[in-house]
Design a protein around this ligand. Structure first.
Ligand code: FES
Length: 66
């Protein structure tokens, strides 16, 4: 399902980049597009990042090390 219509990325793409080490919302936008434009998708991206952190203990570890 499309999450961001401005940049045309899906929830699956967000989950994939979170699983490969994106630990923040800004990281997701950097990897998948650019800065958010209308920002309607930010709450959904934030929820997916939060869920991804719970699903990927390695990502939590990487964030703690930064
Ligand atoms: Fe994502 Fe507009 S829908 S920035």
């Amino acid at each position: 399902m499309y999450v961001c219509l401005c940049h045309g990325f899906t929830d699956t793409q967000v989950r994939d980049v979170v699983a490969t080490g994106c630990t923040s919302v800004s990281d997701v936008y950097r990897r998948l597009g650019d800065l958010p434009q209308c920002r309607k998708c930010v709450p959904e991206v934030c929820a997916l990042v939060r869920q991804g952190r719970l699903d990927c203990p390695e990502a939590v570890w990487m964030e703690a090390a930064e």
